[in-house]
Design a protein around this ligand. Structure first.
Ligand code: NAD
Length: 295
């Protein structure tokens, strides 16, 4: 089995790397924070000093970092992946970044004979822990075929969507749909509560019908419990919708609903809630209606 490098051991990367170890892969890991590296070493991984060191010691390098600038820094910065990677290796960037940045990664690494996949994920921390993420991939078919068994150790659905960048286009679509669903949920639950109807009973009544969704199943219990611990942070959703708005405007696609939810997220950030779970969108509606959904 090829040795795997894993760079970025945050909320998502740490459990994903652990699942690769459980599946029997050898791992060299690094992060700018020492604690998660030590945790992975205790679980059986080797520690890499820098992204360049990780790349020099492995053949398939996975990155799971916040956004395009961090990925560019970890790959092309001093002691970055590009400084250590060997010809014939594969870079799989699983971060949610701008599709244009994914294409840049592939173009800039092509002269070193390095193939690149963009492979962002959906499902959040619980599915990262269970190894049941949805993984949406862009890149060459042959590279995808080689890496697919590795991705399958982290996700229950692994789909090649198209050429490089299309994984992140798919992720932007996913994030637009999730944000709008949470906003619709917030609007509706605040309405129910202020009308004197128990939001928990409303959820029970509608979850099996057309309005039922994975978003409702994941987020309504959190909102009812007043639990806004992330999960998926407001700050990261702002990042994703900024990438969605930029990408949409570059190619001439107006996205009026996405821009409205972006402004709700911006209001939450001003309110000091950037590190809360994105289900805090409900709080924006609660504040406007002076009504709390939670029990
Ligand atoms: P996170 O902030 O918890 O983790 C990012 C990790 O990268 C941190 O441990 C940080 O120290 C490390 N890091 C940053 N710069 C680095 C560098 N130059 N070199 C090495 N390590 C570096 O973020 P996360 O929640 O794990 O998200 C990672 C990506 O996955 C993001 O693009 C996010 O949008 C996406 N995502 C997150 C979720 C979620 O629910 N959290 C769900 C789906 C997708």
């Amino acid at each position: 089995m090829k040795k795997i490098g894993f760079i970025g051991l945050g909320i998502m990367g740490k459990p994903m790397a652990k699942n690769l170890l459980k599946a029997g892969h050898s791992l060299v890991v690094c992060d700018i924070q020492p604690d998660p590296v030590q945790e992975l070493v205790r679980a059986g991984a080797e520690a890499g000093r820098t992204p360049a060191d990780v790349a020099a010691r492995t053949e398939i390098i996975i990155t799971m970092l916040p956004n395009s600038p961090e990925v560019m820094a970890a790959v092309f910065g001093a002691d970055g992946v590009a400084a250590g990677i060997r010809s014939g290796s594969i870079l799989v960037d699983m971060s949610s970044i701008a599709p244009s940045a994914s294409r840049q990664l592939a173009e800039r690494l092509a002269p070193q004979k390095v193939a690149v996949l963009d492979a962002p994920v959906s499902g959040g921390e619980p599915k990262a822990i269970d190894g049941t993420l949805a993984i949406m991939v862009g890149g060459p078919q042959a590279t995808f075929d080689e890496v697919r068994p590795i991705l399958a150790a982290m996700g229950s659905s692994v789909t090649l969507v198209g050429e490089i960048g299309s994984g992140n286009i798919t992720k932007l679509a996913n994030q637009m749909i999730v944000a709008l669903n949470i906003a619709a949920m917030g609007e509706a639950l605040v309405l129910a509560k202020k009308a004197g109807t128990d939001p928990a009973r409303v959820f029970e009544a509608i979850r099996g019908g057309l309005a039922g969704s994975t978003v409702l199943e994941a987020k309504v219990p959190k909102v009812l419990a007043g639990n806004f611990k992330p999960g998926f942070r407001v700050a990261l959703h702002i990042k994703d919708l900024a990438n969605a708005l930029d990408t949409a405007h570059e190619i001439g696609v107006p996205v009026p609903l996405t821009s409205q939810v972006m402004e709700i997220l911006q209001a939450l950030k001003v309110d000091g809630r950037a590190q809360e779970d994105h289900c805090s969108i409900v709080r924006f509606y609660e504040d406007m209606a002076r009504t709390e959904v939670r029990k």
